[in-house]
Design a protein around this ligand. Structure first.
Ligand SMILES: Cc1ncc(COP(=O)(O)O)c(C=O)c1O
Length: 465
């Protein structure tokens, strides 16, 4: 007994306390991605979070792609619809029926509501079949589920750069799948060219990696751009010709605030003259961005392939959306007028915020990639680099966190091959905080020409700003 207890005592290795439990290879592999600077920035924010009144000199979180601009509309709806929750006096009559339900097909009113919502965020240009809606724990779970269904350990997926840092965790960590980057850069505004696509595919083949598919994020995170019809068609023809899967992460479909409008892959496959194997096409959707519900963990796998739908549904047992969430959202999504009004108002607010932020940056002399979607902009800070290297990008990022007290995300976290690009989120803070952030950027840029020999920016303190 004594020796059993001592085995569980924590032991000290280096500076870290650890137990002597031997973790699995999967548990200790580094693909979880949390060692990226992207997450280090979040830690810096968590240690010293900015608050307008309580901590005005703290770190401002500009690294979180969260939409808080229209949450008041949702709160109003909840107040007007107490019956939508089974945990209210008004809704309790459904308590037993809902809490006892655990079918992985989901509540029919929920899957119907989701299919309808996917149609609305694609402007009614396509229809979605509610029987193909598979639940997952956010788009995070949906993306992983699809990879589990489509690829074996060691296989690979092509992915255009720059891409969402969470993909390392979501697509690779537990599946053992690799990502092969399709290199895109600023010379053509990070467009995905056929040449870059072929180059990545051939590189995979030379290295004897089995390419099972390509994953697109449209609208893009981090670029904030939407893919045009021709690019989508070219990619689709390419994947079809090579008989590989095309996964389209469309979680920002309803987060497009300017022309051109969003075009879903579901629309392209219906275009005249496009003849492809639909079994290779899969869409990932979620309510995390368009509705601002990342905490509800509603992710969707929508596949045109029956086998994938069936397999993903079995796997969804590991990440079902709770029935209370399904029930409440079914009620909300069934109210067409509310959802349409919400989406329109949210788009208006996003456009206003985007314009305020980008015009503020422009006044400071900072340019962004022209964008029409997303909760962030892709900012060109190349002129602030000491030299055009990824090391210099990291140094600049550290200065921005430590001196300007702003958590922005360096391009290297997004696997951007070109140094000096940063993603700055603008929809998770209020107007006053935007103004303070812009002021801090201005002070930082002004002081940047005044760096002392230790690399410390003079006169860049945020105090009192
Ligand atoms: C492209 C992309 N896919 C997936 C996710 C994960 O979304 P969820 O919160 O629905 O898991 C994110 C979150 O930022 C994202 O940007």
């Amino acid at each position: 007994m004594g020796s059993y207890i001592s085995k569980l005592q924590p032991i000290k290795v280096g500076s870290e306390i650890t137990s002597n439990v031997v973790l699995s290879k999967l548990a200790i592999n580094e693909q979880h991605g949390e060692n990226l600077l992207y997450f280090d920035g979040w830690k810096a924010y968590n240690k010293d979070p900015f608050h307008l009144v309580n901590n005005p000199n703290g770190v401002i979180q500009l690294g979180l792609a969260e939409n808080q601009l229209s949450i008041d509309r949702i709160e109003d709806w909840i107040k007007r619809n107490p019956k939508a929750s089974i945990c209210t006096h008004e809704g309790i009559e459904c308590f037993r029926r809902i809490t006892n339900f655990q079918d992985y097909h989901g509540l029919p009113e929920f899957t119907t509501g989701i299919a309808k919502h996917m149609e609305k965020t694609r402007h009614g240009k396509v229809n979605f079949d509610s029987k193909r809606i598979v639940m997952a724990g956010g788009a995070t779970g949906a993306n992983e589920t699809l990879i589990f269904c489509l690829a074996n350990r060691g296989d690979a997926f092509l992915v255009p750069t720059p891409y969402y840092p969470g993909f390392n965790r979501d697509l690779c960590w537990r599946t053992g799948v690799q990502l092969v980057p399709i290199s895109c850069n600023s010379s053509n505004n990070f467009k995905i060219t056929l040449e870059a696509l072929k180059e990545a595919y051939e590189k995979g083949q030379q290295e004897k990696i089995k390419i099972k598919g390509l994953i697109l994020t449209n609208p893009s995170n981090p670029l904030g751009t939407t893919l045009d019809r021709d690019t989508l068609k070219n990619i689709l023809i390419f994947t079809n010709e090579h008989n590989i899967n095309l996964v389209c992460d469309e979680i920002y479909a309803g987060t497009v605030f300017d022309a051109p409008r969003f075009v879903s892959i579901a629309e392209i496959i219906e275009d005249d003259g496009v003849c492809v194997n639909k079994n290779l096409i899969h869409i990932v959707s979620s309510l995390s961005k368009d509705m601002g519900f990342p905490g509800f963990r509603v992710g969707i796998v929508y596949s045109f392939n029956d086998d994938v739908v069936n397999c993903a549904r079995k796997m969804s047992s590991f990440g079902l959306v709770s029935t209370e969430t399904q029930n409440s959202l079914a009620s909300m999504l069934s109210q067409d007028e509310f959802i349409e009004e919400y989406l329109t108002e949210n788009t208006k607010r996003l456009r206003k915020r985007h314009d305020k932020f980008t015009s503020g940056l422009e006044k400071i002399g900072i340019k962004c990639l022209k964008s029409n979607a997303g909760l962030y902009c892709w900012v060109d800070l190349r002129t602030l680099l000491k030299e055009p290297t990824l090391d210099a990008e990291v140094s600049l990022w550290k200065l921005i966190i430590n001196n300007a007290k702003l958590n922005i995300s360096p391009g290297s976290s997004f696997n951007c091959p070109e140094a000096g690009w940063f993603r700055i989120c603008f929809a998770n803070i209020d107007d006053r905080t935007v103004e303070i952030a812009l002021k801090r950027i201005q002070i930082f840029v002004d002081a940047n020409n005044n760096i002392n020999e230790n690399g410390i920016v003079k006169n860049a303190s945020v105090k009192g700003k």
